[in-house]
Design a protein around this ligand. Structure first.
Ligand SMILES: Cc1cc2nc3c(=O)[nH]c(=O)nc-3n(C[C@H](O)[C@H](O)[C@H](O)COP(=O)(O)OP(=O)(O)OC[C@H]3O[C@@H](n4cnc5c(N)ncnc54)[C@H](O)[C@@H]3O)c2cc1C
Length: 399
């Protein structure tokens, strides 16, 4: 319950669970709590420094994993989205493709996150937008959170405040002094398109081009994601640099993106360049302390492909279960959080991606890439992904 306490000089509100951040992580946690028991709606408070619909730097690609988590909540994707029918993986003059109906969907994050916020509110959850958390002090019996508007005493808090998590830094959270090593770098631009002319729009193709791994120090890929922004066709183009091998020289992302755009007949200077990090998951990293949980980008997502939305949504059911158990047992140590995460198929897959990324992004020999692409080209034809009518969203949810 949110109560005010008039006896204290400055008004203090109390709440059972305070969720900092209302992106896919924060909203998924709230939706899963309320799904478990509608009474949670009165026991949780989400605060977000932004006001939705707010801009969030992101390609907006959502795979079947994220869509299935939404489906488990009884939600079908409402915001405008682009259905990708072919994912083309390129290395120089070679390529192979995954086909499907769709392979994945592309949303605009401002619209997607706003929709999730509205779904929370429709279930009675309070979301205070335009309220930034400024101070946090963890006491034995509660957490004192000071925002730019008030002081809140919470039984526990969840950091769902993104890859530059304020909660993490305020509580001096680091991964054994090694925190900087788990952060991927991303840059992107939006280019307006004529859908009748641009082949990726016309044929519903998303591109992942790994060619710059060999000659550009890129530990990742260039992407082309066709999408709609306020109904207008926009190509989201960017670079993902996992930095899975942190000791290797850093790619010059701006220069590389300039080159990639030039080969597509575009001049980088004509567009607004934006950049943001993604924190990647590590099953051994600290993700909980007494009365505090990290989730979503604040805890870590995928270093292999930079997929974060599905995993952000996927923290929801596990955090909800962990919270319910903590209140039932009056034990807020959260020792069970990590084992609960790692029990799920989704997070075991995430950990596998961490391991694959460390291996895949060590490679830099053209001969290896050529051989790999030739093998993949044949192998894909033996899978369901060769079929343009394949619907991966019918795959069982990874639990
Ligand atoms: C360029 C780029 C492209 C990407 N493309 C894809 C993609 O195509 N597909 C994919 O799956 N993933 C992609 N990702 C990753 C994906 O965007 C993230 O994994 C995802 O947004 C994580 O969600 P989140 O809810 O944890 O954090 P966020 O979405 O970042 O939400 C955090 C929220 O916390 C709020 N907040 C922050 N500080 C405070 C504070 N002090 N007080 C109150 N509120 C606060 C913010 O306003 C924000 O609303 C991309 C990331 C980047 C950077």
């Amino acid at each position: 319950m949110i109560d005010s306490n008039d006896t204290i000089e400055a008004e203090i509100e109390t709440v059972d669970v305070l969720i900092v951040g209302s992106g896919p992580t924060g909203t998924s946690i709230a939706l899963h709590l309320v799904q478990r028991n509608p009474d949670w709606a009165n026991r949780i408070l989400l605060v977000d420094k932004a006001v939705h619909p707010r801009e969030k730097l992101c390609g907006g690609g959502i795979t079947h994993m994220g869509q299935n988590i939404l489906a488990d909540l009884g939600l079908t994707l409402q915001p405008t989205h682009f259905d990708v029918r072919e994912v083309k993986l390129i290395y120089d003059d070679q390529s192979y493709s995954f086909l499907g109906d769709p392979v994945f969907r592309i949303v605009r994050r401002s619209e997607f996150d706003h929709w999730l916020v509205q779904e929370c509110e429709q279930r009675g959850v309070t979301i205070s937008q335009g309220e930034a958390v400024k101070e946090i002090a963890v006491a034995q019996t509660h957490v004192v959170v000071t925002t730019d508007q008030r002081t809140i005493h919470a039984q526990m808090i969840i950091a769902a405040d993104g890859s530059k998590s304020f909660v993490r830094s305020k509580l001096k959270w680091n991964d054994h002094g090694n925190d900087g090593l788990r952060v991927a770098r991303l840059v992107e631009v939006d280019t307006p398109e004529d859908p009748a002319v641009t082949p990726e729009f016309r044929d519903a193709v998303a591109v992942f081009d790994f060619s710059r791994m060999v000659d550009g120090h890129l530990q990742g890929y260039y992407w082309d994601f066709p999408s709609y922004v306020d109904g207008e066709p926009i190509m989201n183009r960017g670079l993902f640099d996992s930095r899975a091998q942190p000791k290797r020289p850093k790619a010059k992302l701006k220069e590389l993106l300039r080159g990639e755009l030039a080969t597509r007949g575009r001049d980088l200077d004509d567009y607004k360049l934006k950049g943001a990090p993604i924190r990647w998951f590590d099953k051994n990293a600290e993700i909980a302390r007494p009365r505090v949980l990290l989730a979503g980008d604040a805890a870590g997502v995928d270093p292999l492909m930079g997929e974060g939305i599905s995993f952000a949504l996927g923290y929801g059911p596990v955090v909800a279960e962990t919270i319910e158990d903590a209140f039932r047992r009056h034990d807020f140590s959260f020792d069970s959080y990590r084992p609960r995460l790692m029990k799920t198929g989704l997070f075991r897959q995430l950990q596998m991606r961490v391991q694959v990324a460390r291996f895949a992004y060590i490679l830099k020999y053209p001969r290896f890439f050529r051989a790999g692409w030739a093998v993949a080209n044949r192998a894909i034809k033996l899978t369901r992904w060769r079929n343009p009518n394949y619907t991966p969203s019918q795959l069982p949810v990874l639990k």
